[in-house]
Design a protein around this ligand. Structure first.
Ligand code: DC
Length: 224
């Protein structure tokens, strides 16, 4: 069993940037579980699957294989053998992911893959249910959050840089809706594990959050 770090939290709290940097510092494998859910969602969109139709969803999942592989320390996610890493970050895929990841059959498809990775390697895994469901015995659990306003402002700046048209109000509304969906769903809702350390990144820089995580890891490993 590797040393396992679980990082959960809502969209836009900075999880992936922070998790990636902390994993690099620690020479751990960074597992972005959101990317796996996104790959499944892309497959469902491509097939035009009606996810409310149980039989159609089961048939689609039967022919959906998700894999991950690491190249130069970067995670690449595969859908039926195709590297879809650069195709899964659109709003359309985000929206489908938020809906489809609420369905137990979709989650069941990824649980074993995620646990197997953690069994084999030292991982820093980020998601929504890692500390509560996937790795309940993780060596360190972090719940990384930030205020809705901060998360909206960060996403707004990100999109403005990409010269995408967007309004701060719309982004804020979208974040509130997604938070609600992710934390009120029946299966694996987003919630803080009892033994997780809560970090609110609203007033912290990325470097400060990474430093705090490294401090916590050293503390758990008994380093002086
Ligand atoms: O972290 P992200 O934004 O890439 O996640 C995309 C969606 O997938 C988001 O709506 C929550 C969902 N998700 C999940 O249900 N469980 C996970 N372990 C990771 C992501």
């Amino acid at each position: 069993m590797g040393f396992n770090i679980a990082i959960d939290g809502p969209a836009g709290a900075g999880k992936s940037t922070i998790a990636k940097r902390a994993a690099q510092e620690l020479s751990f494998i960074y597992v972005d579980t959101g990317a796996m859910y996104r790959a499944i969602a892309l497959g469902l969109l491509r097939r035009g699957t009606d996810i409310e139709d149980e039989a159609a969803l089961a048939a689609a999942l039967d022919v959906t294989e998700v894999g991950i592989c690491y190249m130069d320390g970067e995670q690449h996610v595969y859908l039926n053998g195709e590297d879809v890493s650069s195709l899964i970050r659109t709003e359309r895929v985000s929206d489908m992911t938020s809906r489809s990841s609420a369905i137990p059959a979709v989650r069941a498809k990824l649980t074993d893959l995620q646990r197997e990775l953690a069994r084999r390697e030292n991982v820093l895994m980020d998601g929504r249910d890692i500390g509560t469901m996937i790795l309940p015995d993780a060596d360190l659990k972090i719940f990384l959050t930030a205020s809705v306003e901060t998360r909206a402002r960060r996403r707004y700046l990100e999109q403005a840089q990409k010269e995408e048209n967007c309004s701060l109000e719309e982004i804020e509304k979208d974040i509130r809706e997604r938070d609600y969906r992710d934390s009120h769903r029946e299966t694996a809702p987003l919630r803080q594990a009892e033994d997780a350390v809560r970090i609110d990144s609203s007033e912290m820089t990325i470097e400060e959050v990474v430093a705090e995580i490294l401090r916590l890891v050293n503390e758990r490993r008994g380093c002086l």
